[in-house]
Write a new protein. Structure first.
Length: 157
C-alpha cells in the first residue's frame, strides 16, 4: 500500500539539498570577498536565488570572487559517496554557474579575464617592471570596473 504523500519526501530532500548547495556556493563568494578585502554591501534572496552585492574591486579580485562559488561546489562534489543527491546538486550549481550567460558567475569571470588580458597587453607593451605593473593594473581597474553583483540563479539566466 502506498501513501499519498510518499513522493513528497524525495522532492523535499532534493529541494533541501539544492538550497544547501546554493547557500554554500554563496558563502564561497562571501568568504572570497572578505579574504580579498572586497567589501560585501548586501546579501539577499531574489526570485533567482541567493545573491550578494559587493563593492567593485579590481578585475583580479573580481575574477577570484566570481569563481569562488563554483569552486566550493566542485569541492562539495566529493560528498557524492555520502549523498548522491547532494553531489549532483553541487555538480549542477558549479556547471550552470560557469556558463557565461548574462548575470552568471561565468560571465563575470569572463569579463574580468578580458579586462586582465587587456591591462596585461598594455603594460607589457610599455615594458614596465612588475611593481609598476601592479600599480598600473590597480589604476586601470578603477577606471574599468566589472559587475559588482554576484548571485546564484536557480535557473539559467
Amino acid at each position: 500500500m502506498t501513501h499519498t504523500f510518499d513522493w513528497f519526501i524525495p522532492v523535499f530532500r532534493g529541494l533541501f539539498l539544492g538550497v544547501a548547495a546554493m547557500l554554500l556556493h554563496e558563502l564561497g563568494h562571501i568568504a572570497a570577498s572578505l579574504a580579498l578585502g572586497v567589501k560585501v554591501k548586501n546579501i539577499g534572496l531574489s526570485w533567482k536565488g541567493l545573491f550578494m552585492v559587493r563593492e567593485a574591486g579590481p578585475p583580479e579580485k573580481n575574477f577570484l570572487v566570481s569563481l569562488a562559488g563554483p569552486m566550493v561546489n566542485f569541492v562539495l562534489i566529493a560528498m557524492w559517496p555520502v549523498s548522491h543527491e547532494f553531489g549532483l546538486a553541487n555538480l549542477c550549481f558549479a556547471f550552470f554557474n560557469l556558463i557565461p550567460l548574462r548575470g552568471s558567475d561565468g560571465e563575470r569571470a569572463w569579463i574580468c579575464w578580458d579586462q586582465m588580458k587587456a591591462a596585461g597587453k598594455k603594460l607589457r607593451g610599455e615594458g614596465r617592471s612588475v611593481a609598476v605593473r601592479l600599480v598600473s593594473t590597480a589604476r586601470i581597474s578603477t577606471a574599468r570596473r566589472s559587475p559588482a553583483v554576484s548571485h546564484v540563479p536557480l535557473s539559467g539566466d
